[in-house]
Design a protein around this ligand. Structure first.
Ligand SMILES: *Cc1c(COP(=O)(O)O)cnc(C)c1O
Length: 420
């Protein structure tokens, strides 16, 4: 696996059972203290401790892996929580809200004339609804009939190296994915059944046809073109780079680095196509996307998340993330035999990462054992054991205040306990 995201996801999946098994008991953990400090004095019954997860017996973890859906995405900023709570206090027409939110997002992103956005329940839902809209237009019969494609176009072209688990959301519309590798194969694959050309942004390096050429070819063949850029902020400019490049539809996850609600995402693109996507999505009934419900709180929350994200000092943030890694590094390299190195993935989770390696002659631990010991520590720490890079790998952008210190202390402890 080439990618940090996938690499992390896989290493995480492999040990899901172990996390489930390691329930924290007894003493007040640092994460508990964090929650308790935030707890509202008004809550009685369930939630009164300030940590409803632990009341259910589910262990919360310190997240060194990043914005993983499997771990809960990201943590909401308090200001975002407040605005989402405001949203929850009123009734409103959801279709009207969707259009207004899309218009505001288009203004905030300074999208070209004729472009807008739709808040969906995530990037996966944006992929599905975006393609559904391309297939059906505003034809009610077609919208109701999906995924039966009788009378509709039925194929989507994708580069072989761009296939990934999220293209399931293309296939749910009923289309067949046609894999190509070369420009020649692309030309031969295009025909009367072709509905769209799909691009997976994180796979840009893997395919023969790169992101800018792909959209040019789509224009040449007069085909709509989608780019799934779900996890590809930062940089923040990716939010408009691909529509500026000419992509008709671009998808983003709201609950990753933008720190929006976990169940939110964005479909950004041409007004007509975004409008058709909405017709194929909740709250509209008898649609493919009715199961991808997005609530008023998430719609408002996504607008606010963008408002906060766009006004953030991104350079300062990157420095802060690097600073947390540096401080952990300073602690762990004091253990004889331990070294650290830093890297930033080219795309997806483009944030500072740290690789931790050690001399196995001095410290008898495999990366997997080290990762497992961290998971069993109190509080539990989730850190990937690299499958491509040796040792452990972590990032710090989802760490909460004070957690870098806990991570450093635990790393030092496990290395020392296994030192010869
Ligand atoms: C996370 C991700 C998605 C799905 O995003 P959600 O917002 O969780 O629906 C889709 N594509 C890629 C490449 C992703 O990384």
């Amino acid at each position: 696996m080439r990618l940090g995201t996938e690499w992390n996801r896989r290493s995480f999946l492999g040990t899901l059972g172990m996390i489930a098994g390691s329930v924290i008991a007894g003493s007040m953990t640092a994460s508990k203290k964090l929650f308790a400090a935030k707890a509202s004095s008004k809550v009685s019954g369930f939630g009164q401790t300030g940590n409803p997860y632990e009341e259910l017996g589910v262990t919360t973890v310190i997240n060194c892996e990043g914005t993983m859906t499997m771990l809960g995405g990201s943590i909401l900023r308090p200001e975002l929580e407040a605005v989402m709570a405001q949203a929850g206090r009123h009734f409103v027409s959801i279709p009207e809200l969707e259009v207004a939110a899309g218009k505001r997002i288009a203004e905030m992103l300074k999208l070209p004339e004729g472009y807008t956005a739709l808040v969906t329940s995530g990037a996966a839902a944006a992929i599905q609804s975006g393609l559904a809209g391309i297939l059906t237009g505003d034809n009610e019969t077609f919208i109701k009939q999906l995924p039966d494609l009788t009378g509709l176009k039925s194929e989507v072209i994708i580069q072989k190296s761009h296939r990934n688990p999220f293209d399931h959301q293309l296939r749910t519309t009923g289309v067949k994915l046609i894999e190509i590798e070369t420009r020649d194969e692309l030309r031969h694959a295009i025909g009367p059944r072709t509905a769209m050309m799909h691009f997976t942004n994180f796979a840009n390096g893997a395919g023969q046809i790169k992101v800018d050429e792909w959209v040019k070819l789509a224009k040449q063949y007069k085909l709509p073109c989608m780019n799934d850029a779900a996890a590809d902020t930062p940089p923040v400019s990716h939010l408009w780079d691909y529509t500026n490049m000419g992509y008709d539809l671009v998808t983003f996850s709201g609950g990753k680095a933008m720190r929006g609600p976990q169940c939110a995402g964005l479909l950004i693109g041409r007004k007509d196509l975004v409008g058709y996507a909405l017709l194929n999505n909740s709250p509209h009934e008898d649609t493919l996307g009715r199961s991808s419900k997005v609530g008023k709180e998430e719609i408002i929350g996504m607008v606010k998340a963008l408002d906060l994200y766009l006004n953030e000092d991104h350079e300062a943030l990157a420095k802060e993330w690097q600073g947390r890694l540096d401080s952990i590094s300073r602690q762990v390299v004091r253990v004889p035999g331990v070294s650290t190195a830093f890297f930033v993935p080219d795309i997806a989770n483009r944030v500072p990462h740290m690789q931790i390696t050690w001399d196995v002659a001095r410290i008898s631990l495999t990366p997997k054992q080290a990762s497992q010991l961290l998971r069993e520590s109190k509080p539990a720490i989730l850190m990937g054991a690299g499958e491509e890079k040796p040792g452990l790998a972590m990032n710090s952008f989802m760490l909460q205040p004070g957690e870098d210190k806990i991570v450093a202390d635990q790393l030092v402890r496990i290395f020392r306990e296994h030192s010869a």
